[in-house]
Design a protein around this ligand. Sequence first.
Ligand code: ZN
Length: 140
Amino acid sequence: MNAVDKKIASEAQGPYETYRDALESKRLTFQHCRACGNDWLPPREDCPRCWSPDWEWREASGEATVVSWVVYHTAFDNRFAGRLPYNVALVDLDEGPRMITNLVNLPDGGDVIGRRAELVFEEDHGRMLPRFRLKDGTST
Ligand code: ZN
């Protein structure tokens, strides 16, 4: 744990706020359970596998594999109307956690399940968001 992490951890805030603070400094972190070894996202107070509160923060390498994705052509929330069409993707980080994100270079009509992707940060509405860029011609 570096000095910034210790400072953040010492403040009275929950895991989600700590996670967001890391994202603002372009670091994607996840929680690792010291009791059972589980790694997870999104942030929460206890391990979702064994309910242990004994966990630590780890930093993701940014390497991931696409599990699934969907393209929205209808805005179910008016705040996203100006973005149509947009995608929402599910990726597995190499470290284990599965997360919901967006792909920044999704090709029209292509199947990207199993494609390798790398983390990129984009500012959106004043917040730093973790998104993923498909790598060229790779699959697992
Ligand atoms: Zn656990």
